[in-house]
Design a protein around this ligand. Structure first.
Ligand code: CA2
Length: 147
Protein backbone atom coordinates (compact mmCIF):
# COMPACT_ATOMS: atom_id res chain seq x y z
CA UNK A 1 0.00 0.00 0.00
CA UNK A 2 1.20 3.55 -0.79
CA UNK A 3 2.27 5.59 2.22
CA UNK A 4 2.39 8.92 0.36
CA UNK A 5 0.19 11.93 1.14
CA UNK A 6 -0.21 14.95 -1.10
CA UNK A 7 -0.23 18.38 0.56
CA UNK A 8 -1.72 20.63 -2.09
CA UNK A 9 -1.92 24.42 -1.87
CA UNK A 10 -3.66 26.80 -4.24
CA UNK A 11 -3.28 30.41 -5.33
CA UNK A 12 -1.36 32.96 -3.31
CA UNK A 13 -0.44 30.55 -0.54
CA UNK A 14 3.19 30.89 -1.67
CA UNK A 15 2.94 34.38 -0.09
CA UNK A 16 2.22 32.98 3.38
CA UNK A 17 4.26 34.58 6.12
CA UNK A 18 5.16 37.58 3.99
CA UNK A 19 1.88 39.57 3.81
CA UNK A 20 -1.36 39.96 5.80
CA UNK A 21 0.05 38.32 8.96
CA UNK A 22 -3.06 39.48 10.88
CA UNK A 23 -5.19 37.14 8.73
CA UNK A 24 -2.81 34.34 7.75
CA UNK A 25 -0.09 34.40 10.42
CA UNK A 26 3.69 34.60 10.09
CA UNK A 27 4.46 30.97 9.32
CA UNK A 28 5.63 30.37 5.75
CA UNK A 29 4.37 27.57 3.53
CA UNK A 30 7.86 26.01 3.65
CA UNK A 31 7.64 25.99 7.48
CA UNK A 32 4.28 24.24 7.31
CA UNK A 33 5.48 21.64 4.81
CA UNK A 34 8.61 20.92 6.85
CA UNK A 35 6.58 20.39 10.00
CA UNK A 36 4.02 18.19 8.23
CA UNK A 37 6.87 16.16 6.70
CA UNK A 38 8.15 15.37 10.20
CA UNK A 39 4.69 14.60 11.56
CA UNK A 40 3.94 12.32 8.61
CA UNK A 41 7.31 10.55 8.94
CA UNK A 42 6.63 9.86 12.61
CA UNK A 43 3.47 8.02 11.50
CA UNK A 44 5.26 6.19 8.66
CA UNK A 45 4.14 8.36 5.72
CA UNK A 46 5.97 10.46 3.15
CA UNK A 47 4.68 13.80 1.89
CA UNK A 48 4.56 15.29 -1.55
CA UNK A 49 3.99 19.05 -1.46
CA UNK A 50 2.66 21.00 -4.45
CA UNK A 51 1.66 24.66 -4.59
CA UNK A 52 0.29 26.26 -7.72
CA UNK A 53 -1.45 29.48 -8.65
CA UNK A 54 -2.90 27.78 -11.74
CA UNK A 55 -6.24 25.96 -11.47
CA UNK A 56 -5.38 23.36 -14.13
CA UNK A 57 -2.11 22.49 -12.40
CA UNK A 58 -4.04 21.78 -9.21
CA UNK A 59 -6.32 19.48 -11.24
CA UNK A 60 -3.21 17.75 -12.67
CA UNK A 61 -1.72 17.31 -9.19
CA UNK A 62 -4.93 15.64 -7.99
CA UNK A 63 -4.92 13.34 -11.03
CA UNK A 64 -1.27 12.41 -10.43
CA UNK A 65 -2.07 11.61 -6.79
CA UNK A 66 -4.76 9.13 -7.85
CA UNK A 67 -2.33 6.27 -8.33
CA UNK A 68 0.44 7.25 -5.90
CA UNK A 69 -1.15 8.76 -2.77
CA UNK A 70 -3.51 7.59 -0.06
CA UNK A 71 -5.07 11.01 0.46
CA UNK A 72 -4.75 14.76 0.16
CA UNK A 73 -4.55 17.73 2.54
CA UNK A 74 -5.82 20.50 0.28
CA UNK A 75 -5.99 24.25 0.82
CA UNK A 76 -7.55 25.37 -2.46
CA UNK A 77 -7.29 29.09 -1.58
CA UNK A 78 -9.84 31.26 -3.36
CA UNK A 79 -10.65 28.42 -5.79
CA UNK A 80 -12.56 26.92 -2.85
CA UNK A 81 -15.37 29.32 -3.61
CA UNK A 82 -15.40 29.11 -7.40
CA UNK A 83 -13.97 25.94 -8.90
CA UNK A 84 -16.23 23.31 -10.41
CA UNK A 85 -13.13 21.89 -12.14
CA UNK A 86 -11.51 21.14 -8.78
CA UNK A 87 -14.74 19.69 -7.45
CA UNK A 88 -14.94 17.34 -10.44
CA UNK A 89 -11.27 16.40 -10.01
CA UNK A 90 -11.77 15.54 -6.33
CA UNK A 91 -14.83 13.43 -7.20
CA UNK A 92 -12.96 11.81 -10.08
CA UNK A 93 -9.86 10.69 -8.21
CA UNK A 94 -11.83 9.05 -5.42
CA UNK A 95 -9.18 9.87 -2.80
CA UNK A 96 -9.98 11.16 0.68
CA UNK A 97 -9.37 14.92 0.56
CA UNK A 98 -9.39 17.15 3.65
CA UNK A 99 -10.32 20.73 2.72
CA UNK A 100 -8.07 22.86 4.87
CA UNK A 101 -8.12 26.59 5.62
CA UNK A 102 -5.91 28.81 7.73
CA UNK A 103 -8.70 31.26 8.44
CA UNK A 104 -12.29 30.69 9.58
CA UNK A 105 -13.95 31.40 6.24
CA UNK A 106 -17.37 31.64 7.94
CA UNK A 107 -16.21 34.59 10.03
CA UNK A 108 -15.12 36.48 6.92
CA UNK A 109 -16.80 37.99 3.84
CA UNK A 110 -20.00 36.31 2.68
CA UNK A 111 -18.45 35.16 -0.61
CA UNK A 112 -16.11 32.95 1.43
CA UNK A 113 -19.00 31.17 3.15
CA UNK A 114 -19.68 28.95 0.15
CA UNK A 115 -17.38 26.10 -0.83
CA UNK A 116 -17.70 24.33 -4.16
CA UNK A 117 -15.57 21.54 -2.74
CA UNK A 118 -16.72 20.65 0.78
CA UNK A 119 -19.47 18.30 -0.38
CA UNK A 120 -16.98 16.05 -2.17
CA UNK A 121 -14.31 16.18 0.55
CA UNK A 122 -13.85 13.82 3.46
CA UNK A 123 -14.06 16.79 5.83
CA UNK A 124 -13.23 20.45 6.33
CA UNK A 125 -10.88 22.05 8.86
CA UNK A 126 -10.27 25.78 9.18
CA UNK A 127 -9.68 28.69 11.48
CA UNK A 128 -6.60 27.47 13.32
CA UNK A 129 -3.81 28.96 11.25
CA UNK A 130 -0.94 26.56 10.59
CA UNK A 131 -2.49 24.20 13.14
CA UNK A 132 -5.32 23.56 10.64
CA UNK A 133 -2.82 21.65 8.49
CA UNK A 134 -1.63 19.53 11.42
CA UNK A 135 -5.22 18.68 12.35
CA UNK A 136 -6.02 17.87 8.72
CA UNK A 137 -3.02 15.54 8.41
CA UNK A 138 -3.90 13.79 11.66
CA UNK A 139 -7.54 13.35 10.59
CA UNK A 140 -6.52 12.05 7.16
CA UNK A 141 -4.09 9.48 8.55
CA UNK A 142 -6.65 8.31 11.12
CA UNK A 143 -9.19 7.89 8.32
CA UNK A 144 -6.75 5.98 6.08
CA UNK A 145 -5.76 3.67 8.91
CA UNK A 146 -9.36 2.99 9.89
CA UNK A 147 -10.24 1.95 6.32
O1 CA2 B 1 -8.06 30.61 4.97
C1 CA2 B 1 -7.57 30.03 4.00
O2 CA2 B 1 -6.71 29.18 4.08
C2 CA2 B 1 -8.02 30.45 2.58
O3 CA2 B 1 -8.06 29.25 1.77
C3 CA2 B 1 -6.98 31.40 2.08
C4 CA2 B 1 -7.32 32.00 0.72
C5 CA2 B 1 -8.73 32.59 0.75
O4 CA2 B 1 -9.08 33.07 -0.55
C6 CA2 B 1 -9.76 31.58 1.21
O5 CA2 B 1 -11.03 32.22 1.27
C7 CA2 B 1 -9.41 31.06 2.59
C8 CA2 B 1 -6.34 33.12 0.36
C9 CA2 B 1 -4.91 32.70 0.38
C10 CA2 B 1 -4.08 33.94 0.23
O6 CA2 B 1 -2.91 33.78 0.98
C11 CA2 B 1 -2.17 34.89 1.23
C12 CA2 B 1 -1.16 34.74 2.12
C13 CA2 B 1 -0.38 35.82 2.45
C14 CA2 B 1 -0.62 37.05 1.85
C15 CA2 B 1 -1.64 37.19 0.95
C16 CA2 B 1 -2.41 36.11 0.63
Amino acid sequence: MSREILVLNGPNLNLLGTREPEVYGTTTLDDIVLELTDLAAARGYTLRAVQSNVEGELVDALHAARTTCVGVVFNPGAYTHTSIALRDAISGVMLPVVETHLSNVHAREEFRHTSMLSAVCLGVIGGFGATSYRLALDALISHVEAA
